[in-house]
Design a binder for this molecule. Structure first.
Ligand code: SAM
Length: 239
């Protein structure tokens, strides 16, 4: 697959991304930790912190994948988690991890689409999505669903890659993301999926535009926090 074949919006993108994650599921966790030198664990912990979880909260982790964000959240409070993803193979891996940790009572998995959530209005105290919003077909459709299913006062925490803003680190990042990462990942998994990654980050709205999207869906107290020189950003908002 050459770069020009990637689709960056709409239903065709959804199908492309679903196939991609079904294909890389088995190596996903290993490559996450390997390619980020383990920093991804810290990024997820910070995204969970931003949710201000309390005991008895109900958390929806959208695009849960292999479940790492939901599992991190479960370490911080006595909560219930529902993890939603449309990739069957990613969910299978999440299921094994949840069972191995004896957490099936508190972590439920649902196969579904972030843009059409199978939940009633005002259901969740908190909603997270880690490295998922960049992959949906229509960002505003997903954000509108997040707003709908959160209770009034509910918190959203969105963890996503961003382009670092500093000159030096920006260049280093682009070299790593564009040249090293697809090659390394290509040896162990799908080169196409890891060429799509930097391209999809470039297509994602910048920090200001993304916060405007959150505000236009109705979220209040919208803010962002850059992590690790701005390689990753956490966006927060309140319904
Ligand atoms: C990069 S992975 C992130 C997984 C996990 N949240 C993490 O932090 O490692 C992106 C996930 O988003 C899922 N995804 C993408 N678009 C989706 C959609 N429209 N509905 C549900 N899941 C989606 C993919 O199947 C994939 O599992």
């Amino acid at each position: 697959m050459s770069n020009s074949e990637f689709i960056h919006s709409g239903d065709a993108k959804k199908a492309q991304v679903q196939t991609m994650f079904d294909g890389i599921a088995k190596r996903y966790d290993f490559l996450n930790h390997f390619l980020s030198l383990g920093i991804d664990l810290y990024w997820r912990r910070q995204a969970v912190k931003a949710l201000l979880l309390e005991d008895d909260n109900l958390l929806l982790d959208v695009a849960t994948g292999t479940g790492d964000l939901g599992l991190t959240a479960l370490k911080t409070a006595r909560i219930q988690v529902i993890g939603l993803d449309y990739s069957f193979n990613m969910l299978e891996l999440a299921k094994h991890k949840i069972e191995a940790r004896h957490l099936s009572e508190s972590f439920e998995l649902v196969q579904g689409d972030a843009e059409s959530l199978p939940f009633q209005d005002d259901t969740f105290d908190a909603l997270s999505i880690g490295y998922g919003i960049r992959n949906v077909g229509t960002i505003s459709a997903a954000l509108s669903e997040f707003y709908r299913v959160l209770k009034p006062g509910g918190r959203v925490s969105i963890l996503e890659f961003a382009e670092p803003q500093g000159w030096f680190f920006g260049r280093l990042y682009r070299f790593y993301f564009d040249h090293i990462l697809p090659k390394l990942a290509g040896m162990m998994s799908s080169k196409a999926a890891y060429s799509y990654l930097p391209e999809s980050v470039r297509h994602f709205p910048d920090r200001g535009d993304f916060k405007d999207l959150l505000s236009s869906e109705g979220f209040r107290q919208v803010e962002h926090r850059d992590l690790t020189f701005g390689v990753t950003t956490i966006y927060r908002g309140v319904k």
